[in-house]
Design a protein around this ligand. Structure first.
Ligand code: FDA
Length: 391
């Protein structure tokens, strides 16, 4: 029989949500154990935002999140706002800047954010157990977590903050979903989100030579549209516009891309007395698109003639490139996992299970997925804070 330790709450997973939750509960005098199977806390925080961690977004609104229940996130997001996290960052004198569109990044390194959370967890008396593998969880009157080392931890409250399936090589596991199922909770189907899309075979042959080219585009599915940069890769499309729209994509839906939003490539050909020919078209397209894209696009869409009708059709194609992706780059490249623990199962105020009192789910494991731009961390902070206040 191993050692038995008792706590007021056990938090599984020392990522963004788990650290925030443990810290808040600790500050309120709760004895908290934070269990992490990796050798350090917050590994995803460290690689986020290109190493600078886009830790929140000034314009965070419920509309920036996908969920089967779009209202669920409202309560937690109102309880803990971007201003609250900024206050924490400023209290620790961490220098930061707004990059674009309200996205806040560390000036120095994402390490500033993990150090802050580790320090405040330490100050709040949180017991952090690293390199600790969980072999089982059961419930008597308390939750009992058994580790592979033979230790038993028990507490009346268990918080699952083990994240989603994205980037398995960073330690992502389906553990949180398994645990939810074990306790009878419903899971909304999971899929990679904020993920590059791949071309089908034909498009791959046609557009792979454009790898490395980027352009500002408007990518849309139905009424949902994102106007940001798009990047051609060897296998498909990436860049912020594509990552954003990928969260809304269901195979084999088409997506529409406006390659030159707000611009008119063919007006010079239509309106002037200038020559109408392939060379003139090339120069008109090169004036508004990256050269390689302009040339490749015209090669692939050479009009039969240079009449007004053909030019109008050429212009329309430029603003409405309908493409059916072959698939996504999968969890290896996805920033987040969409889907997860059904929000109908949880209290929006506390993140506690409605069926199993004392069991909480926070962060990415829940069916709430943010847009690109600091929203996913804001959800992790907000849901972690909300649970931390009720432990
Ligand atoms: P998170 O994944 O952070 O933490 C879960 C923790 O649980 C991990 O430490 C994991 O090791 C641990 N764990 C898993 N299984 C376990 C088990 N069985 N036992 C014990 N521990 C276990 N978001 C954003 O807002 N701004 C950004 O800049 C970025 N950038 C970014 C870049 C990249 C490359 C990725 C992959 C993702 C981002 N994100 C992002 C998304 C963001 O990282 C993500 O939404 C949050 O980290 C989710 O926080 P969680 O705490 O829910 O999970």
């Amino acid at each position: 029989m191993g050692v038995i330790q008792s706590f007021d709450a056990i938090v599984l997973g020392a990522g963004a949500a788990g650290l925030m939750c443990a810290m808040e509960a600790g500050k309120r005098g709760r004895r908290v154990a934070l269990i992490e199977h990796a050798e350090r806390v917050g590994k995803k925080i460290l690689i986020s935002g290109g190493g600078r961690c886009n830790f929140t977004n000034l314009h965070c609104r419920p509309e920036n999140f996908l969920s089967a229940n779009p209202h669920f996130c409202k309560s937690a997001l109102a309880r803990y706002t971007p201003a609250d996290f900024i206050r924490l960052i400023e209290k620790h004198r961490i220098p930061y800047h707004e990059k674009t569109l309200g996205q806040l990044f560390c000036d120095r390194s994402a390490r500033d954010v993990t150090a802050l959370l580790e320090q405040d967890c330490g100050a709040a008396g949180v017991t952090t157990l690293l390199n600790t593998r969980i072999s089982g969880v059961r419930r008597t009157t308390d939750f009992i977590v058994t580790t592979t080392g033979g230790a038993e931890l028990r507490a009346p409250a268990l918080v699952v903050a083990t994240g989603g399936l994205s980037i398995p090589k960073m330690g992502a596991t389906g553990f949180g979903y398994q645990l939810a199922r074990q306790f009878g909770l419903t899971i909304r189907e999971c899929r990679p989100a904020l993920v590059p899309l791949t071309f089908g075979t034909q498009d791959c042959r046609r557009y792979a030579p454009l790898a490395g080219v980027s352009a500002e585009v408007a990518a849309s599915i139905g009424k949902r549209q994102f106007r940001e940069k798009m990047l051609f890769t060897h296998r498909g499309l990436s860049g912020p516009a594509i990552l954003q729209i990928s969260s809304y994509w269901n195979n084999p839906q088409p997506l529409a891309i406006d390659l030159a939003p707000g611009l008119d490539a063919t007006s010079v050909l239509r309106d002037s007395n200038a020559a109408r020919n392939a060379a003139a078209a090339k120069s008109a397209f090169r004036a508004i698109l990256p050269i390689r894209l302009a040339d490749c696009w015209l090669d692939a869409h050479t009009p039969p003639d240079w009449t007004n009708r053909s030019l109008t059709s050429l212009e329309r194609q430029l603003h409405h490139w309908e493409i059916v992706p072959g698939g996504t780059e999968g969890y290896e490249k996805a920033e987040v996992t969409a889907g997860g623990v059904d929000t109908d199962e949880l209290s929006a105020k506390t993140m506690e299970s409605r069926r199993v009192p004392g069991l909480f789910f926070i962060g990415e494991v829940v069916d709430v997925t943010g847009h690109l731009g600091g929203f996913n961390f804001q959800w992790a902070w907000a849901s972690g804070y909300s649970a931390g206040q009720s432990l």
